[in-house]
Ligand binder design. Structure first.
Ligand SMILES: Cc1cc2nc3c(=O)[nH]c(=O)nc-3n(C[C@H](O)[C@H](O)[C@H](O)COP(=O)(O)OP(=O)(O)OC[C@H]3O[C@@H](n4cnc5c(N)ncnc54)[C@H](O)[C@@H]3O)c2cc1C
Length: 422
């Protein structure tokens, strides 16, 4: 899986990604291939296009997004115009129907520019995935195309003050109201809530049924009774408009339930295996590469004791360890992506990729800080931003402690069934 070829592409028209992909007969076979040790042409093409998009549209604004904590909806729209938001969405709903390896490559590239914009891509794909998995045909027709085009933004409301890792502890409540529902409750840490048009809300229909009483709903953020709190002043991932959302007697139409009654939590947690967790892993890889790239180049320019610091063995050890971490994380991410794409069991591999890539990202950004010495501490250099952006991947989409729990449970099941572990 090493880059033997990366072409230079200009995104000349909004539909170039789609057009380029249509040209590829290979596309027909995407999703049916076994693990490959080299990217195919379509994957390389998407990587090159998104790299160019990031260079031109994302990286120049990353510092400003971080400093002001203000999202750039115009960049989000451009991602939609370029096809990036619909990489794994079927063409019938406005996407380009490529595969998850391509998507991970795109997430890496965008994230190398800006973590907040990278998060907008992963969150959007996650919400599209929920619509595809749980939505009725009408919901798919109504919501997917505008989201994929970057015209509408959909947030995700699972976490509540008392329900973090323990997602089943959600207290947000829907009660019957004619042919629909009334929603009351509170969500927290809702990324993108500040500028979202819709939100997928996980709420209980029947508390006495426990997890089986929990459903998911699509709620219009402009509905009467929806109140958005102030954005949290975040350490990293700044600019994603992450805040609390309050629901007071919000009318939700019956047709806006997503999936079956009581099927919400199972489907939502199952879906986190896909673009949510995989996206966190790919984002972590992107940030790690950005930090590696910057610090290694710096080490070759910065001179102390008359030599470039890259010539010192202590620095070389760091550079080698960082490179190993990134290589290993990438392989795990692409393997998990391929399993996801091929609809093969992937819970363990996605969790392992998420844990390894996020831990690797922390190690790599920490060493990158060390390589820059005092200058790492200065905001003029992007390393401290990469370092701040890295931490979240160990926390969200299920903390790494929860992922390790899932991995161990998965391994134990194999042992119980007498199956090989690898
Ligand atoms: C920037 C940001 C953006 C976010 N965006 C969203 C979003 O868009 N939508 C959304 O719904 N949520 C979002 N979240 C929430 C995020 O997913 C949660 O923060 C995360 O799931 C952890 O929940 P918590 O913060 O309540 O921590 P807790 O669950 O309170 O965990 C605290 C610590 O206890 C550990 N712990 C908890 N239970 C166990 C256990 N059983 N075994 C071992 N250790 C355990 C955890 O691993 C952690 O180290 C976001 C969070 C942040 C910071």
């Amino acid at each position: 899986m090493f880059f033997h070829y990366v072409g230079k592409f200009e995104i000349k028209s909004p539909i170039l990604l789609r057009t380029a992909l249509r040209r590829k007969s290979l596309l027909r076979f995407l999703g049916k291939t076994a693990m490959q040790w080299q990217f195919n042409d379509s994957q390389l093409e998407i990587q090159a296009m998104v790299r160019e998009f990031t260079r031109r549209e994302v990286t120049p604004h990353a510092e400003e997004i971080d400093a002001t904590s203000k999202f750039r909806l115009d960049i989000f729209k451009k991602m939609g115009d370029s096809g990036i938001l619909g990489i794994v969405v079927p063409e019938a709903y406005g996407g380009i129907n490529a595969d998850y390896v391509s998507w991970c490559l795109a997430v890496e590239e965008i994230n190398k520019g800006s973590a907040a914009i990278g998060n907008a891509l992963t969150l959007t794909t996650s919400m599209c995935n929920y619509l595809l998995l749980m939505g009725s045909e009408k919901q798919k027709q109504n919501y997917l195309a505008p989201i994929v085009a970057g015209e509408k933004f959909c947030a995700f409301g699972l976490t509540e003050p008392q329900a973090g890792s323990d997602a089943k502890a959600v207290k947000s409540r829907v009660e019957p109201d004619g042919d629909g529902y009334r929603l009351n409750g509170q969500k927290t840490f809702t990324s993108g809530a500040k500028f979202a048009d819709y939100i997928v809300v996980v709420a209980t229909e029947n508390p006495s049924l426990g997890t089986k009483g929990i459903s998911a709903f699509l709620v219009d953020m402009k509905s009467p009774g929806v109140e958005i709190g102030d954005a949290f002043d975040m350490m990293g991932m700044r600019g994603m408009g992450t805040c609390e959302v309050f629901f007071s007697d919000v009318r939700v139409e019956g047709k806006d339930r997503l999936g079956p009654s009581g099927g919400g939590l199972r489907a939502i947690l199952g879906g986190l295996d896909g673009p949510g967790r995989l996206g966190a892993a790919a984002q972590a890889v992107g940030t790690a590469i950005a930090a590696f790239d910057y610090s290694v180049k710096y080490a070759h320019e910065r001179k102390q004791f008359g030599e470039a610091i890259a010539t010192f063995q202590a620095m070389q050890q760091k550079i080698a360890s960082m490179s190993i971490d990134i290589q290993a994380a990438r392989l795990m991410v692409y393997k998990a992506a391929e399993l996801t794409q091929n609809k093969m069991p992937h819970t363990r591999e996605v969790s392992e990729a998420k844990v390894f890539a996020s831990d690797a990202c922390m190690r790599v950004t920490t060493e990158a800080m060390q390589i820059l010495g005092g200058y790492a501490y200065v905001k003029e250099y992007p390393i401290e931003r990469f370092f701040r952006d890295a931490k979240i991947h160990q926390i969200w989409d299920g903390t790494n402690e929860i992922q390790r729990m899932l991995i161990a449970r998965n391994v134990s099941e194999l042992v119980t069934r007498g199956q090989d572990l690898f």
